[in-house]
Design a protein around this ligand. Structure first.
Ligand code: GLA
Length: 687
């Protein structure tokens, strides 16, 4: 996905202005004053000042408080809160509350409620309860956005706009069906074309009239994978269309302020490449589970994805928790120091905003146990002290905003692949795309190699190594882009289940992985997933080394490629498992099996070496190192080395060139010991 340079520049100017106006890193969170009496608002404003808060998100769930019945509006309370925030020097990120159509609207139009694939309809009482294709829902949410834009765009507290909240889920209702059909009519020139693309000759599914084309509701058994892929695409597009309509309404009132919505971790419903291209910044809601030892690595992947979605532009942590969340069966609180560490991790990976859900912990409602900046017990708590501590520290690193990271390695992450791969009726229906990507990301994270994510449309020219984990769906154009990348001198690493299907989700014939056969110089005649969790086969290398593979194998033939590992046991004994092909000026490595972690690391190390990729700094396991450089929001050239100790014990690193630690203010050079959860922000440009 490429974004027009003019759009990037305009967004950058808006972000620069935001950070200049709030004085550096954005710090704060969702604020829901409508849940509290007026006296609490005043206490809130004072506590926010104490915590160093400079940005709060208002009105995300306020539709029923702003439009109390059809056409009856009450903006008085919001005016008062906006004024109060301004009076205390706190900026506002104002949200359009389209995530929560009010009860009166749903009563008037019950078909606003989204429908599940099985035809059942969601009940009122939660949120995101709309079919985005419903014309009244659309008209009413746009009308409210218009009124908010008009009323608040020149309010002195206003700093940015937040459209909706975590768009989803899909609807299979009648309005979605109508819109799906129209979407298909725009995509396919004729019904014949659709029949061809969807392989409707299979199982006698031929359509003879457009009226027969329906949403892929719960079928008798399995249903058509090409149709379901198009429905995924439609769902993402239709929600994005609504986001854009609201954004355009707001943009007319606020041409200079950032406008965005919030994304989620590993969220499959919406193609975030397409979404991020329509926003001023990517913004992520991130809730790592403290029970998972490596939660920070999955978080890191999502952070790098956010940084990559808009070509390295600073992104925002839109929501995170100070302690526990309330959505799992056991909601463990973050240990002391982990909230601070996670916040700096996001900054190290390119975020310029640290925001929480939410400011004050609710006393009622669904999320009353979700922690906040001010918890039930009030401000005299460990959490509020940590919140204030971080707020104070962030003031000292405001000059970091606007700087960026650069990467020579890219990993392909593509929603078309994700959707197509997980539709079932495949040789392995338990394959999890995000986990496949994580398998390749993790060793690079451990080695402190900065990684960008790309999709099939990205410009690859800046990368010396590109990794394609299970890039299942490739269009002809994408396949030739990757081929040209290798021909021009790039190094490509491809894993199994790549290049198998075309844009219609139909198989490419003539041997797998069809789309990449040429560049890989190898082809598979049959897929052989291994049964059972523990099943393994042995591998042997030309130098006599041995290893193993599990989960997935293929009957591979090397054509022009060199064989790097072969099976030495099992039904494929003697056949190649891993190959490397020289193609033009570059090379393409094919891992047709899930080789064990040791061997994967070895191959990746060899590739990194050959691609001239160096770690940011050599550091012990569990110590993450990133660098942010370039012009900051004030146009001053900076370089910051950030070192984060994710270990629960002290760890040391060697910072040979040294600099000033911006947290302690001390000059640092040589060996430095970081305490457990410790952070070092080394200003390498300090005088
Ligand atoms: C999401 C939502 C928030 C809140 C948090 C915590 O990210 O956007 O409104 O519900 O989760 O669960």
């Amino acid at each position: 996905m490429t974004i027009h340079p003019d759009d990037l520049q305009a967004a950058e100017a808006r972000l620069r202005r935001l950070h200049q106006r709030i004085g550096g890193t954005a710090y704060g969170g969702d604020y829901n004053p409508e849940q509290w009496p007026r006296e609490v608002w005043h206490e809130d404003a004072k506590l926010m000042q104490q915590a160093g808060v400079n940005l709060v998100t208002l009105a995300v769930f306020s539709w029923s408080r702003l439009e109390t019945s059809d056409g009856v509006f009450d903006f008085g309370w919001l005016d008062e809160v906006m004024d109060l925030m301004h009076g205390h020097g706190i900026g506002v990120d104002l949200a359009t509350p389209d995530a929560v159509p009010p009860a009166w609207l749903v009563e008037q139009h019950p078909d606003i409620m989204p429908e599940r694939a099985d035809g059942s309809i969601f009940g009122f009482g939660s949120r995101q309860h709309f079919d985005v294709s419903h014309p009244v829902y659309r008209a009413k949410s746009l009308a409210l956005a218009e009124m908010m834009g008009e009323r608040y765009s020149s309010h002195p507290a206003l700093r940015m706009w937040h459209i909706g909240n975590e768009y989803g889920p899909a609807s299979y209702g009648p309005w979605a069906e109508k819109a799906f059909r129209a979407w298909l009519q725009r995509k396919y020139a004729s019904l014949e074309e659709l029949n061809e693309a969807w392989s409707t000759a299979v199982w006698g599914q031929l359509y003879s009239d457009w009226t027969q084309v329906r949403v892929p509701a719960q079928p008798r058994t399995w249903s058509n994978p090409s149709r379901r892929l198009d429905f995924h695409r439609f769902t993402s597009d239709s929600m994005l269309e609504h986001f854009k309509a609201e954004r355009d309404v707001i943009r007319r009132h606020s041409p200079d302020l950032p406008i965005l919505t919030n994304f989620m971790r590993f969220y499959k419903t919406n193609d975030y490449w397409a979404w991020a291209a329509e926003e001023d910044a990517a913004a992520l809601d991130i809730y790592p589970d403290p029970r998972e030892e490596d939660a920070h690595i999955a978080a890191a992947l999502n952070f790098d994805l956010m940084r990559s979605l808009r070509h390295g532009q600073p992104w925002m942590v839109m929501e995170q928790a100070t302690g526990a969340v309330s959505q799992w069966s056991v909601n463990v609180s973050k240990l002391p120091g982990k909230m601070r560490l996670g916040s700096y991790q996001a900054i190290a990976q390119g975020a310029d905003s640290i925001l929480f859900f939410q400011w004050r912990q609710a006393k009622g409602g669904t999320e009353r146990y979700h922690s906040a900046m001010v918890n039930h017990a009030g401000p005299n708590t460990r959490i509020f002290r940590e919140v204030c501590g971080l707020g104070q520290e962030l003031k000292a690193i405001g000059d970091l905003t606007g700087t960026r990271s650069t990467a020579k390695v890219a990993i392909v992450f593509d929603w078309d692949c994700w959707w197509a791969l997980e539709l079932g009726n495949s040789p392995r229906s338990d394959l999890n795309y995000a986990q496949e990507v994580l398998r390749f990301y993790r060793p690079l994270f451990d080695a402190n190699i900065t990684v960008d994510f790309v999709n099939a449309n990205s410009d690859l020219s800046g990368y010396t190594l590109v990794i394609m984990p299970a890039s299942y769906l490739l269009t002809d154009a994408a396949a030739s882009r990757f081929e040209n990348y290798v021909a021009g001198g790039g190094r490509l690493v491809v894993s199994y289940l790549s290049g198998i299907v075309d844009q219609d989700n139909t198989i490419r014939l003539g041997g797998y992985p069809g789309a990449l056969r040429n560049v890989l110089g190898a082809w598979s005649e049959e897929m052989h997933p291994l049964a059972g969790d523990g099943e393994q086969v042995k591998l042997s290398m030309p130098d006599g080394g041995t290893s193993s593979a599990s989960y997935w194998t293929e009957h591979l033939h090397a054509e022009t490629a060199e064989v790097l590992a072969s099976y030495s046991s099992g039904r494929l004994a003697g056949s190649p498992a891993v190959t490397r092909n020289s193609f033009g000026r570059g090379t393409a490595l094919y891992l047709s099996a899930r080789v064990d972690d040791g061997l994967l690391n070895q191959f990746l190390d060899d590739e990194l070496l050959a691609a001239g990729v160096e770690p940011e700094l050599k550091a012990p396991t569990g110590v993450q190192v990133r660098r942010r450089t370039g012009a900051n929001a004030d146009g001053i050239a900076k370089s910051f080395l950030m070192v984060l100790n994710h270990n629960d014990a002290p760890s040391s690193v060697d910072v040979l060139d040294g600099g000033t630690d911006r947290i302690s203010g001390r000059a640092v050079k040589g060996s430095v010991e970081l305490p457990a959860n410790g952070v070092l922000i080394l200003d390498e440009t300090a005088e």
